[in-house]
Design a protein around this ligand. Structure first.
Ligand code: ZN
Length: 687
């Protein structure tokens, strides 16, 4: 809810709008960066595969490097969990696909085999059979007959056959799961007219209806508890003998084989912590994995949010709830990182002014926080990502998610510096040329785009999510605004950023050079919200994903609100549509107006207004413009989604003792996926 979701946001800003890095950024980072590093390694279907470097790793002490390494192993140990959470047959399918990749005896150069590899790589990229972004089943471009021939000509010993099962039986079992769009076609269904639980294929619930789940949650929740646990976050809900029970994800529970490994590495990490507080954090996380007690998770989060001094850091757990249509179950993810000292200065400058931003916000006085607590933020250098944050990744994180912890203890906002850098390096200038209306727009995008975009991300995380107050008696947005909560929350955070970007305050605190740079981000935001992001929607479909809904909501609302005064003008030239901002300051006022409205919806928990504004502005796609945008992108041949190959860390040992940690940057995506599956396949296929 409060994180720029991996899957999601990341892509947004960086992917769609690649710019060359500006000089400031380079100065911060190149000292340890390999020149001529290959950022993009391949492209297939709608996906681009990138790599990132870990500048500064060698400046860490041996103890810090060792800590990073143990956390890295912990991160990857949970990889299988996310596959299984996405769909209960994913591990079975993965094992099958990988057996073919490794051992198929037929022609591996044929067109059909190439199509099989594309499917398999898409499967890996999405951690399962459903598209990582649209949540719809990915359909293979090879035939069922060819699928059978692949399995029949692969090593039987590598296929995941049950006792006594023949290859033919496995083929019959898997074929509809892979090929039939009507069977488990949607991982996460957000269409509120349907039973969201029964129509979603994700593996968080089994044999229960949405009503049963909601009743169950009502029955276990203590509404008067001011410090509620995140009910249902770490379990699968099933009906057994007519009774609803939670299968907890913990040592001794569901996923125990992977979780035991995570705990093993966390225990080791605790022995090389940088300080006593960090040691306690890691130990508490391990304790939570052992007990499955969500009170332990809260305790861990409170400790974690208070730690602002350690250099090495990790997110590890069942964190974001986007994959659950009703927003309770946490998807496994881990991100291991260390602090980028230089770049963090910018973000510190913003967070130190948090109260000023709150006081001067256009939201209604009664919705403002009197005391904005503990917003801390930093830029991190990522070392490895796993689970929901890999291969597709967030560019920003704001955690923890529990509202009462955020209110009482604050939250940590993080910008994934080296990931953003890699995006910017990899993306093409041709896109600017195609979608900007004038040379002036291109110039300003090149000059200020990267900085303005970083600032937007920082403001969104540091000021945006942390701002505003919910009225007394109104529950968390997740409860009150239900399936519209994520869209409204992201819109709120974006609007805070957009409203303040042109503010003289940012020039005063030295994070933006002048009163012009913000225009690059305004141009980009409108360009993306009304045009570019349409590339990711299939013909005939509407917008489902929350961040995308939010972006169109803001852009379209602003466009229509300013129509009379021509604030944003729709222009068509040579059959190509552009949206051009004529009056930046008026647009700022419009953003402020919308922020006030969105904050009011949040503060009051006004479900009907949330539904109305999201459905009216955030969901529907103009089919004519949509078609045009897809055609323009096809000519450019740029993948709309990107994901990353992780670096590989290996301990160097002498007499059994670690003397250094070696970092390598592999180049082949399929090789890394096979390597992970071989090394970190801890879960049995039938969970
Ligand atoms: Zn956000």
């Amino acid at each position: 809810m409060n994180k720029l979701n991996f899957v999601l946001l990341i892509i947004i800003s960086a992917v769609l709008f690649g710019f060359k890095s500006d000089d400031d950024r380079k100065n911060n980072m190149t000292s340890k960066r390999e020149e001529n590093f290959k950022y993009q390694t391949e492209q297939f279907a709608d996906l681009g595969i990138l790599r990132y470097q870990i500048p500064g790793f060698n400046d860490l002490t041996l103890k810090q490097k060792t800590l990073v390494y143990y956390l890295y192993e912990a991160a990857l140990s949970g990889r299988d969990i996310f596959y299984d959470q996405n769909y209960k047959h994913n591990l079975l399918i993965r094992k099958t696909l990988e057996a073919v990749v490794i051992s198929y005896k037929g022609d591996k150069k044929s067109d059909d085999f190439n199509k099989f590899m594309v499917y398999t790589k898409r499967f890996w990229f999405s951690n399962g059979i459903h598209h990582h972004y649209s949540a719809s089943k990915i359909l293979p471009e090879f035939t069922q007959k060819y699928f059978a021939e692949l399995l029949n000509n692969s090593d039987e010993k590598l296929l995941p056959l049950k006792k006594g099962e023949s290859v033919g039986q496995l083929i019959s079992y898997l074929t509809p799961l892979i090929f039939d769009p009507a069977i488990d076609g949607k991982k996460t269904n957000l269409n509120s007219n349907e039973d969201l639980i029964k129509t979603s294929a994700g593996n968080f619930y089994e044999g229960v209806s949405q009503k049963e789940v909601e009743d169950y949650h009502k029955s276990i929740m203590d509404k008067d508890d001011p410090t509620p646990i995140s009910y249902g976050l770490n379990s699968k809900l099933i009906k057994e003998n007519g009774k609803i029970i939670e299968k907890k994800w913990k040592v001794g529970g569901m996923y125990t084989a992977a979780i035991e490994k995570i705990v093993f590495w966390l225990d080791k990490a605790a022995t090389v912590a940088e300080n006593a507080h960090q040691k306690k954090i890691i130990q508490t996380l391990a304790k939570y994995y052992r007990t499955g007690n969500l009170k332990d998770f809260d305790e861990y989060n409170i400790l974690w949010v208070k730690d602002t001094t350690s250099v090495v850091d990790a997110v590890n757990g069942f964190i974001e709830v986007y994959s659950d249509p009703i927003g309770h179950k946490g998807a496994y993810e881990s991100i291991v990182s260390f602090k980028d000292m230089e770049a963090s200065k910018r973000i510190d400058a913003i967070s130190s002014q948090a109260q000023w931003f709150e006081d001067n916000s256009p939201i209604m006085p009664e919705h403002k926080k009197k005391h904005v607590v503990g917003i801390s933020a930093k830029v991190i250098t990522v070392v490895v990502e796993s689970g929901e944050s890999s291969p597709s990744t967030p560019i920003g994180i704001n955690l923890p998610n529990a509202n009462w912890i955020r209110k009482e203890y604050g939250s940590k906002s993080v910008n994934l510096g080296n990931i953003v850098y890699a995006y910017n390096q990899a993306s093409a200038e041709s896109q600017l040329k195609e979608f900007c209306y004038s040379q002036e727009e291109i110039d300003i995008a090149k000059k200020y785009g990267p900085l303005a975009n970083d600032l937007h991300t920082d403001m969104h995380e540091v000021i945006g999510h942390g701002s505003g107050q919910i009225n007394e008696g109104v529950g968390a947005p997740k409860q009150s605004l239900k399936n519209y909560a994520s869209t409204i929350e992201e819109a709120r955070a974006d609007l805070v950023a957009l409203y303040y970007l042109p503010d003289q305050k940012l020039v005063e605190i030295g994070v933006i050079p002048n009163n012009e740079a913000f225009k690059a981000e305004y141009d980009k935001y409108i360009r993306n919200g009304l045009i570019l992001q349409l590339q990711r929607i299939k013909p005939g479909e509407n917008i489902e994903e929350s961040h995308m809904r939010n972006r169109q909501l803001i852009s379209l609302w602003a466009y229509e609100r300013g129509k009379k005064e021509n604030v944003i003008e729709k222009k068509v030239r040579d059959g190509k549509t552009y949206f051009v901002i004529n009056d930046y300051m008026k647009l700022r006022i419009i953003f402020g107006e919308l922020l006030r409205k969105i904050q009011k919806i949040t503060s009051e928990g006004d479900f009907n207004s949330a539904k109305e504004i999201v459905e009216q502005y955030g969901v529907k796609v103009d089919p004519v413009l949509h078609k045009e945008v897809i055609a323009r992108f096809e000519k450019l041949n740029i993948a709309p989604y990107k994901g990353f190959i992780n670096p590989v860390l290996t301990p160097v040992k002498k007499n059994g003792k670690i003397t250094d940690i070696k970092v390598e940057y592999p180049e082949d995506f399929a090789t890394q996926m096979l390597y992970y599956s071989k090394k970190y396949s801890y879960l049995p296929i039938d969970n």
